[in-house]
Ligand binder design. Structure first.
Ligand SMILES: NC(=O)c1ccc[n+]([C@@H]2O[C@H](COP(=O)([O-])OP(=O)(O)OC[C@H]3O[C@@H](n4cnc5c(N)ncnc54)[C@H](O)[C@@H]3O)[C@@H](O)[C@H]2O)c1
Ligand SMILES: O=c1ccn([C@@H]2O[C@H](COP(=O)(O)OP(=O)(O)O[C@H]3O[C@H](CO)[C@@H](O)[C@H](O)[C@H]3O)[C@@H](O)[C@H]2O)c(=O)[nH]1
Length: 443
């Protein structure tokens, strides 16, 4: 099939590459000329495992190309995917201006029947708006479908080629037939539904996953006070198939370009129809507070943070990505700086992106984890990168001024911690907390 994908961000680029990988002819469009130039040279602007190899091999096979000329891409394609950003407005609502702009451009260039598919995460009713915009400009025949994306950054290629399900929301039999044929090589689990339900499935899925995370984070806070281990609690809960083991890792809360923005957007969507989504509001609040548990633990260990040197391992919102959008590290580092601490930060991949987000004077960007930790009064682990997991904690304790670790991701095992001289603070595992001169708070 001939496919155009508009927007070559995390979603558009990965989708375009994967559609070409399963044998389609794909042209990807972006209005950022520098990005298109880079892609045409075979370079990937984002860090995503396995993406570059797959992209280059499909370009070489003549199935994948990049352009900034949307008219050219539309004329060559039968199916047009919209995969531009829908970031938050200050109110929390989704900013639909990029999607609307693309709809207008499609309306201006469409010259024969097309299927227009929205992959961007959009509020209920947006596909109707896309249809209206195109129809107001063009009298050409077309159908609209909502096919929301569920990939995760860091495993985006794997997720796209092996999805749990694909949701196809449309009222057109012709579009259903074509979109089933396109997606069947990826999974047999195709959920065919109406457009509004498809739009809602995406927000409801992200809101539910965010709820699981905030739930387990609250359980972890209670575990700290009652002397239970949240990792064992999550394991024990997860064996119940009705609960499931995934998304029960306690930590410093969720970040990234999706959960924070999509939970806010769903609260707004509910508000527009006079529904107060109290549960989701609490999920968001718990998540915000959870980031600051790291600060509370630092203060418990060090007292005032003024003049203290704090090492930070991990800046990305999760491992295996260079994305720092809404990473908890942004708030935590800003707070450390405001409190007068000196920060030594290290991330294997995300430092360059992080430096564009955070403007604090009291920070140095280190070349490796041990360099960051050397001479520090305390160390905070904010992203569970694999390279941190295997570090010798005894050696680490020796090079720090004070061997205090706040492990915001429960990265280290009981054996690793117990064999070290670290004064260790976990998330919800009070039995591992070794506090000099004080007992862990167990009732
Ligand atoms: N990032 C994820 O993991 C993920 C997963 C599922 C769904 N989503 C959703 O997918 C959408 C895209 O997310 P993303 O992270 O890929 O965004 P992104 O910001 O990484 O990429 C968007 C791209 O669209 C381009 N663009 C903007 N306007 C354009 C126009 N008029 N013509 C051509 N190109 C244009 C931008 O230059 C940019 O390259 C969002 O709605 C997001 O919520 C994201
Ligand atoms: O048990 C867990 C699982 C995740 N997280 C955090 O949650 C955030 C999001 O992680 P993840 O969901 O793995 O990454 P994303 O790339 O943001 O993917 C989410 O957001 C995408 C955009 O909508 C969706 O497509 C995906 O299905 C959805 O998982 C990260 O900060 C993680 O550290 C936890 O704290 N505990």
């Amino acid at each position: 099939m001939n496919i155009a994908v508009i927007g070559t961000g995390y979603v558009g680029l990965v989708s375009g590459v994967c559609f070409s990988e399963i044998g389609n002819q794909v042209i990807c469009v972006d209005n950022n000329g520098a990005k298109v130039e880079m892609l045409n040279e075979g370079n990937v602007p984002i860090y995503e495992p396995g993406l570059k190899e797959l992209m280059v091999s499909n370009m070489q096979a003549g199935r994948l190309s990049f352009t900034s000329n949307i008219a050219e891409a539309i004329s060559q394609s039968d199916i047009i995917f919209i995969a531009v950003g829908t970031p938050s407005l200050p109110s929390g609502e989704a900013n639909l201006s990029y999607v609307e702009q693309v709809a207008i451009e499609i309306g201006s260039h469409i010259e024969s029947y097309k299927i227009i598919v929205t992959k961007s995460t959009v509020p209920v009713g947006t596909n109707d708006r896309v249809r209206e915009l195109i129809s107001s400009i063009s009298s050409q025949p077309f159908d609209v479908a909502s096919v929301p994306e569920f990939l995760r950054e860091g495993s985006a290629v794997k997720d796209t080629l092996n999805p749990d399900r694909i949701v196809i929301g449309t009222n057109s039999d012709r579009a259903i037939k074509t979109l089933k044929k396109l997606h069947r090589p990826l999974t047999e689990n195709l959920i065919i539904t109406d457009i509004r339900s498809a739009e809602m499935i995406k927000y409801a899925s992200n809101a539910f996953l965010a709820t699981k995370i905030s739930f387990i984070n609250e359980i972890s806070n209670i575990c700290e006070k009652v002397g239970a281990d949240v990792t064992r609690v999550a394991e024990g809960m997860g064996y119940d198939k009705r609960i499931g083991a995934s998304f029960l890792k306690a930590g410093i809360g969720y970040g990234g370009s999706c959960f924070p923005k999509d939970t806010q957007a769903l609260i707004q969507i509910a508000g527009m129809v006079d529904y107060d989504f109290r549960l989701l509001k609490s999920v968001v609040q718990v998540n915000q507070d959870q980031r600051f548990q790291v600060i509370h633990k630092l203060e418990e260990a060090l007292g005032s943070l003024k003049g203290k040197t704090i090492a930070v391992w991990g800046l990305a919102f999760k491992p295996d990505t260079d994305d720092v959008r809404d990473a908890p590290a942004i708030d935590i580092i800003q707070h450390l700086s405001d409190a007068g601490a000196v920060i030594k930060a290290y991330d294997p991949i995300a430092t360059a992106n992080f430096r564009k987000e955070v403007d604090v004077a009291s920070i140095s960007w280190e070349e490796n984890p041990l360099q960051a930790a050397e001479g520090a009064d305390a160390l905070c682990v904010l992203t569970e990168w694999k390279e941190f997991a295997h570090i010798d904690l005894t050696e680490l304790a020796e090079i720090m001024k004070d061997p205090i670790m706040i492990d915001g991701r429960n990265l280290y095992s009981a054996e690793q911690v117990q064999a070290s001289n670290l004064q260790y603070y976990s998330v919800g595992r009070p039995g591992l907390t070794k506090l000099e001169g004080k007992a862990a708070a167990i009732i």
